[in-house]
Each structure stands twice: as C-alpha cells, then as structure tokens.
Design a protein around this ligand. Structure first.
Ligand SMILES: *[C@@H]1O[C@H](CO)[C@@H](O)[C@H](O)[C@H]1NC(C)=O
Ligand SMILES: *[C@@H]1O[C@H](CO)[C@@H](O)[C@H](O)[C@H]1NC(C)=O
Length: 220
C-alpha cells in the first residue's frame, strides 16, 4: 500500500474512529473532549475541539448563577447545563440543571430519555414523585431543603412547590451530557396532530383536547 493510499484509508475511517472514541458506553480514552458544537451532534456525542485551543473556561459554566427561562404556564424557570450549553461535559456522562419554583410552581410530568436524575433541594419544600414503567407504581416524597431524590432514567416524574408564598430552588445532575427533556403536556398538546387523532390516542374528549392545544400552543 502506498503512503497516499494509507492516508486515504485513515481519513476515510476517521468518522468511525471518532465515533468509537466518543461512544458514551465506553470511557473516553483521552482526558476530555470539549464539544465542538458547530460540527454537529452524532449518536455518540460531539466531535472534540482541538486540544491546543482548550482553556480552563471550557470546564466552567456560569449559566446556572441565575433563574433560567420561564416555562409557561408552570411558574418555574429552568436553566440547564447540558452539553449544548456547557460543551465541557461532552463525553463525560454528566450534566446539570437549576430549577426555580415560584409559589405554585410545578415541573410538570416529564422524562429524560437519556439519563437518570439526582435532584438536590437547595431551598424550600417540594412534592415529588415518579411512575414506574413496569407497573405504573408511583413513588412520592416530600422533599425538604438539603434532601436528595433520584429519578431513574426515562421514567415520568414531577415536582411542585409546597410553599404557599415561598420560592423553592433545586439543582439536578444527570448521568448524561445530554439527558433530553420530554414534557408530557407539550408532547401531547403543543403539536399539530389533528384534534380527533389526539382525542383518539388519549381518550380525552375533543373539547378538552382543543382547550389544551390552545393552552400549550398546539394547532390542528
Ligand atoms: C451570572 O453570570 C453572568 C455571566 O455569564 C454575569 O454577567 C452575571 O453578572 C452573573 N450574575 C450573578 C448574579 O452573579
Ligand atoms: C398552604 O396553604 C394550605 C391551604 O390554605 C394550608 O393547608 C397549608 O398549611 C399551607 N402551607 C404552608 C407551608 O403554609
């Protein structure tokens, strides 16, 4: 094989080699892999930013220092430090989020398809629970300042503020750099599936579906 051929084969194999390097089921075989976001996500994570350009700032994120964008109509703000915001967690199987609950604030039923969540109550009192997929068993707890609760990967779960006139704050960490967030109400009622189809697949009457589509911004 000529040198040119060998180089060509190596270059052709690069995308597959980098997939192997980034596979989340394998430990990184390098110290870190700061996500090069503009090059796009792959099933195994983002390609690495060239090591020579890596600085301490790549391992640091200030985006949780304040309340994140409000999620309406739930009276909460969520700031996330997933890989898309915090490229330093790429390939490390970890990320975080901050949730601020106004009085009456609710994190509605949702799941993280990609990771398990560990929630820590920084301030306030929360009602919290999840539902098993095997038997629809519910596991609920009242969480006080300083408490931890774990929500297994993919399972539907919720929290809400039990303080009538006090705010609550929680910090969550995830066993994935990109755990994903699927909010059940948005999945059902913020889409453009025709109302009669949503009605059929949820057993809700069409009037209720139309009301919920109007509330969550769905069409159809
Ligand atoms: C939060 O961080 C931003 C920079 O990302 C900074 O401008 C802001 O002053 C910080 N806010 C607080 C409350 O520290
Ligand atoms: C919140 O309000 C409810 C209903 O008025 C009351 O039963 C409950 O004790 C209040 N909780 C707190 C923490 O003040």
């Amino acid at each position: 094989m000529t040198m040119a051929n060998a180089m060509f084969l190596l270059l052709a194999a690069m995308p597959f080699l980098s997939l192997l390097l980034l596979s989340p089921s394998l430990a990184l075989n390098q110290d870190f892999c700061i996500a090069d976001l503009p090059r796009g996500d792959t099933p195994a994570g983002y390609p690495c930013k060239p090591q020579a350009g890596v600085t301490a700032d790549d391992f640091y994120y200030r985006g949780l220092n304040t309340t994140g964008p409000t999620i309406n109509p739930f009276n909460i703000g969520i700031a996330s430090a997933f890989v898309t915001k915090f490229p330093g967690v790429n390939g490390l199987g970890i990320s975080a989020a901050r949730v601020d609950f106004a009085p009456g604030g609710v994190v509605p039923l949702h799941s993280h398809p990609g990771g398990t969540e560990l929630l820590f109550v920084v301030e306030g009192t929360l009602a919290s629970g999840f539902i098993s997929s095997a038997t629809n068993q519910v596991y609920t707890k009242t969480l006080y300042k300083g408490d931890l609760m774990v929500f297994p990967q993919g399972l539907l779960h919720y929290q809400y503020n039990l303080g009538n006139d006090t705010a609550a704050v929680a910090l969550s960490s995830y066993s994935s750099a990109n755990p994903g967030l699927m909010i059940l109400d948005f999945a059902l009622f913020a889409n453009n599936l025709p109302t009669d189809v949503v009605s059929k697949v949820t057993v809700l009457d069409e009037l209720e579906v139309r009301k919920l589509k109007a509330l969550f911004g769905g069409s159809g």
